[in-house]
Design a protein around this ligand. Structure first.
Ligand code: HAM
Length: 415
């Protein structure tokens, strides 16, 4: 028996109302903040991510699904959406549009991670990107939008965590301070941190291993070593957020797992959980467009994990609207009645009534049992007599009461 690949899951009909609810809320909030939808390919040139996300990151080194197609091209299943949006921005000359260009996307991302609750190899992202503006007010707007999205979903148990990791100008100096702090401890840190120390020192701060915590906690903070421009930007972002009454917590250890970030980084974390189970995250990427070969265009955005949101909704027992099911089941007895039933079902559907038509030649009892299992509120029964008289029997499944009515009256009734 085949099973869904490890870390993937089927979204069964009973889960669909949650997905629809979150997607509708996402589209609503995007409309309010002026974001337009973009749909991106699920695979891209692998180089786009290596270049954009960064070679030394876990996502590229350990998690990306890379494959060669039959034409010998090196492709990757997208591990995230930001690099693709930037590629599309460049490819379609969007710098000619009024800036910032605001785009959102909903769709799967693929990462070869160790699966567990809330962590999958294929998972859904809802993400937003605003490209072409460096104003700190835009950072605050994006964070406000993320906040309002989660509030609008009906979730209550989450917090916004914020940090600034500086820019090309001030980060190198900070990184050397960080390395200086870690160098006497290189023998004490975990195996991953030994590699991070060499390859990607900023990520040392992100480590979850217990033995690394005291060293990371005592490390110098990026916000204490920002250049004047970055410091001003960060203080403006926080000022805007305060005036918008968006609660946030500074976390000097928040660095996020992508090389493209500059200045503001933030995460939406479940109350009591950490970045391992973040509901969403994002930040500024002021040089990514340039790194991908474009003219300078600063950007900022965030993405949220659909499955984690849905787990949150279920945990907080947030009610979501159910998908309306068929209103009518058509049961019949005999060949002639079968033909009349098909015709009736078609007429009703053309008049926008959702109908389930019985199939096969089962007993009436079996057909009613099926209607009951499908929770259809009403059943139309057609037998030989009904065919002759141009009537149907209409049965209310809740009260079990039934009446014989002309077909024409049924159509009127349902309208
Ligand atoms: P990310 O934090 O890597 O950011 O992913 C966004 C969200 O996707 C996470 O906060 C989490 O909720 C969810 N997520 C990530 N990995 C998994 C997984 N394995 N299973 C289930 N859910 C997961 C980005 O992808 C950036 N592109 C966000 C961004 C947009 N930054 C700027 N613009």
């Amino acid at each position: 028996m085949y099973r869904a690949p490890r870390g993937t899951q089927d979204i069964l009909p009973q889960e669909q109302p949650y997905w629809r609810y979150v997607e509708e809320k996402a589209a609503e909030i995007c409309c309010l903040y002026g974001y337009e939808r973009i749909d991106l390919p699920m695979f891209e040139d692998a180089g786009l991510f290596t270049r954009g996300v960064g070679e030394g990151t876990d996502i590229i080194e350990k998690e990306m699904y890379v494959f060669e197609d039959r034409g010998g091209n090196s492709l990757a299943l997208r591990p995230e959406g930001t690099a693709s949006v930037c590629r599309a921005y460049l490819e379609h000359g969007m710098h000619n549009r009024p800036q910032p260009v605001k785009l959102y996307y909903i769709g799967p991302a693929f990462r070869y991670e160790r699966p567990q609750a809330g962590r999958y190899r294929q998972h859904g992202h809802f993400g937003c990107e605003a490209i072409g503006d460096a104003d700190p007010a835009l950072d605050a707007e994006v964070i406000d939008m993320a906040w309002q999205f989660f509030v609008g979903l009906g979730l209550g148990l989450f917090t916004i965590v914020l940090n600034s990791i500086g820019c090309k100008k001030c980060r190198p100096e900070y990184l050397s301070l960080l390395k200086e702090h870690y160098s006497p401890h290189v023998d004490e840190v975990c195996a991953d941190c030994k590699v991070r120390f060499q390859k990607n020192p900023l990520r040392l701060l992100d480590c979850k291993s217990p033995q690394c915590q005291p060293i990371a906690d005592a490390a110098p903070k990026s916000i204490d070593h920002l250049c004047a421009d970055c410091a001003e930007h960060y203080s403006d972002v926080k000022r805007y957020l305060s005036s918008l009454e968006i609660p946030f917590t500074d976390n000097p250890r928040l660095v996020r797992g992508f090389d493209y970030y500059t200045r503001t980084v933030f995460e939406v974390q479940p109350a009591g959980g950490g970045s391992q189970s973040a509901l969403g995250g994002g930040g500024r990427y002021d040089v990514l467009i340039e790194e991908l070969g474009g003219k300078p265009a600063p950007g900022i955005g965030f993405a949220t994990g659909m499955e984690r949101i849905i787990l949150g909704l279920q945990k907080e027992t947030v009610p979501v609207p159910s998908t309306p099911g068929p209103q009518l089941f058509i049961a019949y007895l005999g060949e002639e009645a079968g033909e009349a039933a098909i015709k009736l079902a078609t007429t009703l559907r053309r008049n926008s009534t959702a109908v389930i038509m019985s199939t096969g030649s089962r007993s009436l009892k079996a057909q009613l049992r099926q209607a009951n299992n499908l929770s259809v509120p009403r059943v139309v029964i057609i037998g030989e007599d009904e065919v002759k008289t141009g009537t149907v029997v209409l049965r209310d499944m809740t009260t079990s009461q039934q009446e014989s009515i002309p077909v024409g009256k049924l159509l009127e009734l349902l309208q």
